[in-house]
Design a protein around this ligand. Structure first.
Ligand code: RIB
Ligand code: CA
Length: 347
């Protein structure tokens, strides 16, 4: 069965890989992409999304979202994702343009176009999803499934000691999103809660040079050996155009994780969210009431899960607590490898 899918991204290296996974999946019909400011500014996110559609030769409408978070001046992460958000990769030039309506409107239009059927991922700051919920409070009832990459549950942050990037960039938006769900169901038991994948689970999904080489092989492409001993910024020599872009993007991401003390690897936060959106059985989840700290001097942006129901609130999230990385990578490599191979045969 093909699911209509909407992706809200702050493209970034792993966001790009999540979009490629969705395009590579026969069970997904990507109906729209919302560009959210985060890893880079919203204009660059939009350019990255349009350039990726050009590279992948697909026509998915790309909208541009808000320039700033709801209340906090935008911070970006060029140190992590590169000056333009895709590491060392360059995308093909394109004359494609974003939609004339903004990303909040794109959310609402996609949900109304596929009532009860739309599957969505939000893998950047939640600014535009929060704006969409203000415009259409019934959005939670219109979505079949929502998977959010954000937060860190009983786990350290990657932006402050306790806060994860997507939530940290716009904590007010995250709080509005997480607190909108039960309101939308007004006393009824919510038919479905958002699946929330924090660093505690997404950091189990670590791309390595060996896995990237497996992907190139699956695509019928040559690949570029990669290690921490390479000179910085060595460019890909892969024969396949998509593999070359992914290798150049991943090398920057490997180098960032290596410098951050994590090893020469890269956490694929957003591709896990994309895979779970198409198959929620990939992860084990626990229902809990959760919320976001907004005023803590040291803890602003921290996500808290009330596992023991101390607050006496209804659960508002299904929080990811377990995943088998091998199952994910086998599926990722099979799908994206075949997609890259098909793309390579047309170029
Ligand atoms: O903290 C990881 C998240 O922040 C990922 O979505 C990554 O792309 C960045 O947006
Ligand atoms: Ca992201």
């Amino acid at each position: 069965m093909t699911l209509p899918v909407f992706a809200d991204v702050d493209t970034g290296v792993d966001d790009a890989m999540a979009l490629v996974y969705l395009l590579a999946s026969a069970d997904a019909d990507l109906v729209g992409i919302a560009s959210t400011a985060g890893n880079v500014d919203v204009h660059q996110v939009c350019r990255n999304n349009l350039g990726l559609m050009e590279l992948c030769r697909v026509d998915v409408p790309v909208s541009k979202g808000a320039e700033q978070p709801l209340r906090t001046p935008l911070r970006t992460a060029e140190d992590t994702h590169g000056p333009q958000g895709l590491g060392y990769a360059t995308l093909p030039a394109t004359d494609r343009q974003p939609t004339s309506h903004d990303s909040a409107e794109a959310w609402v239009r996609a949900a109304h176009a596929h009532p009860g059927e739309l599957v969505a991922i939000a893998v950047g700051p939640l600014t535009n999803l929060a704006l969409a919920l203000r415009r259409e409070p019934a959005l939670p009832r219109l979505l079949r499934r929502l998977v959010i990459m954000g937060g860190a549950f009983d786990y350290r942050g990657n932006t402050t000691p306790v806060a994860e990037w997507n939530v940290s960039v716009d904590p007010e938006a995250a709080s509005e999103v997480f607190n909108s769900w039960n309101k939308a169901w007004e006393g009824e038991a919510p038919k479905h809660l958002p699946i929330v994948l924090g660093l505690n689970i997404t950091e189990d999904i670590a791309m390595t040079p060996a896995l990237l080489a497996r992907l190139a092989t699956e695509a019928g492409s040559t690949s570029t050996p990669m290690s921490e001993h390479d000179e910085r910024g060595r460019r890909s020599t892969a024969s396949n155009p998509l593999i070359a872009v992914l290798e150049d993007a991943m090398r920057f991401y490997f180098e960032f994780h290596f410098d951050d003390g994590e090893g020469y690897l890269a956490h694929l936060h957003d591709p896990l969210a994309a895979a779970v959106a198409l198959d929620p059985d990939l992860v084990r989840c626990r229902a809990a009431a959760m919320d976001v700290e907004l005023t803590g001097t040291l803890t602003r942006g921290m996500t808290i899960a009330d596992w023991s129901n101390r607050w006496g609130r209804e659960p508002n999230a299904l929080i990811g607590v377990g995943v088998d990385p091998q199952v994910f990578f086998d599926r990722f490599i099979t799908r994206v490898g075949a997609f890259a191979r098909r793309l390579g045969s047309h170029s």
